[in-house]
Ligand binder design. Structure first.
Ligand code: IYR
Length: 218
């Protein structure tokens, strides 16, 4: 494989510290939002964030992510209807009590108004295998890890631009293939709800684990 020279930004230690601090204080203010305003978002902002997501590292650089942007009201309504059906099943029958107890502080239920109220839904798909120019299957590697990293980039980029997100995972969500016309080799990974929070939107008073619990040095 041909090699090209790395483009690398060099910072002084002071600059590094200032950048790391600024990024921390910005990112730790991100909250998962469930109360979305219907106000449209600038399409260009979304595209820049999607470029960030598509630049993520992936197993063997296979880039096994596909992002489907849904802005059309009727399509959002179909997704909401299908998701709420699955969620009713989940909350009323499928979910064990332990899971319902864990969700209690978040105040979630089977109603998903944000699926039609938010201006944009991004359905993230995981491509289980590729297809080459001869129609042969091409193996992908570390797919959930790769798509997870790309989705993390996307959430970070949207937050950086001043947009709120909700990582929504109706389960099962195969209905997304049908509604969005995606091939069976693509598995729905999650539905990212994107928009502005409603004025006075509320979020659960949850806390992050202590730093020493999640980080240890040996
Ligand atoms: N998919 C359901 C349940 C749910 C599950 C988890 I794990 C959450 O962090 C939040 C919700 C729903 O969206 O309500």
């Amino acid at each position: 494989m041909q090699q090209i020279k790395l483009e690398y930004d060099t910072f002084t230690e002071d600059e590094m510290l200032a950048r790391a601090k600024a990024y921390q204080s910005h990112m730790v203010r991100r909250r998962t939002v469930r109360d979305f305003d219907t106000r449209p978002i600038p399409r260009k902002v979304l595209d820049h964030a999607l470029h960030v997501a598509a630049s993520a590292p992936s197993g063997a650089n296979r880039q096994p992510w596909r992002f489907v942007v849904v802005e059309n009201h009727e399509t959002k309504a179909r997704i909401r209807e299908a998701a709420e059906l699955e969620e009713q099943e989940f909350y009323e029958t499928r979910a064990p009590d332990e899971w319902l107890d864990a969700l209690e502080p978040l105040g979630t239920d089977a109603n998903k108004p944000f699926l039609t109220e938010a201006p944009v839904l991004i359905a993230v798909f995981l491509e289980r295998f590729g297809i080459d120019s001869h129609g042969n299957r091409v193996k992908n590697y570390y797919m959930p890890e790769s798509v997870g990293i790309a989705t993390g980039f996307l959430i970070s980029a949207l937050h950086h631009a001043g947009l709120a997100t909700l990582t929504h995972t109706p389960s099962p969500m195969r209905f997304l293939n049908e509604i969005l016309n995606r091939p069976a080799r693509e598995r729905p990974y999650l539905l990212l709800v994107v928009g502005y929070p409603k004025p006075n939107a509320m979020v659960p008073a949850i806390e992050r684990l202590p730093f020493d619990t999640v980080v240890s040095k040996v």
